[in-house]
Unconditional design. Sequence first.
Length: 373
Amino acid sequence: MIIVLKADVEADSPEVQRLIQTAESYPDVHTQLHRIQGATRSVTEVYLLGSTGVIPTEPFQEFACVERVVRVTEKYRSIGRHSGGLDAVGFEYNGVHVSQDSFHPFPGLCAVDRRENVEEMFRALHERGLKTSRAGAYKPRTSPYDFQGHGAACLPYVFELAGKYDIRIIAMEVTHESHLEEIQKALAESGQATGVMLQIGTRNAQNFELLKAVGQQTELPVLFKRGMGITLEESLNACEYVASGGNRRIVFCLRGMKTNLGDPHRNFVDFGHVPVVKRLTRLPVCIDPSHSVGRRSMAPDGLLDVFHVTAQGVIAGANLVLVDFHPHPEEALCDGPQALLMEELAPFLEDLSIAREAYEQRLRRVAVPPAES
Ligand code: PEP
Ligand code: MN
């Protein structure tokens, strides 16, 4: 059961404390407080966990501080659309608004290799007015003998350069709880030159301890990548671990499913799930065309497969596009063969605008009431 409090009610007010006592007076019931920060107001929710099936809703509805009581029988109690008054408003992080309505490309390096490549990347984004990128410092690799990322050592120059080129958010994968502290420390030492969205990679989609760790901090948002070999429902449940820890600033990312039925692509493109995730949850949805396609193949029409699948996701309403670029893919220490080239940045962004405009046009069509005959 979720008790949604009226906007701007303080969680430590005597009335809220009485409400919590009432809830916890029922056997095997405990409570959790969640504060959800929207763009213009904040809402506090009290979650009743445990044996809540037999608890009546009326005693809670009588509290003056209560806006409504929701009996959650649906799945996805925290990320679902039913959970409160700020459902699809998304979140604001480091001056960037992210929601089910916003649209932001995140082009960047799969893995940080050399300072010069990071600088070339960020400079190119800055020249086109982009403020969001990706840069991997901690790389989960299939073989232990492959490059594992420069880790904490590269963070100072990555953050310094991000600050220099006004990059506000870097999507950066973490593979261990200790990376959170390393990132926070380096951000503080850079004078908060930029912001980081913690990426949970597909291989860690069910690493529940890591999910709890990123969910229990609320400073940095989380980009959760769907598990490559589990159902959508299992991935959404795993994502729920992040939200139930208290962090509601989450983006859900589709990146293709591992099956040879998707050959010759690296993964089977699953962007048909963009509207499904938007319907089932309040989360903004990201697509990652690079890890889905995994190669630079071109269709006979002259467009790379990466461009084609990106357009499919964007025309279906994707809110973020995480995409690999590299100034010198032959030098890349990870995923060079799937990286787009710097001269492809402008055409890629143009393609994005065309697809996004087409999506917005489609929305306008459904918003118009049908003409009377
Ligand atoms: C990545 O984005 O660099 C990555 C490793 O992605 P995924 O977890 O989707 O394979
Ligand atoms: Mn990669």
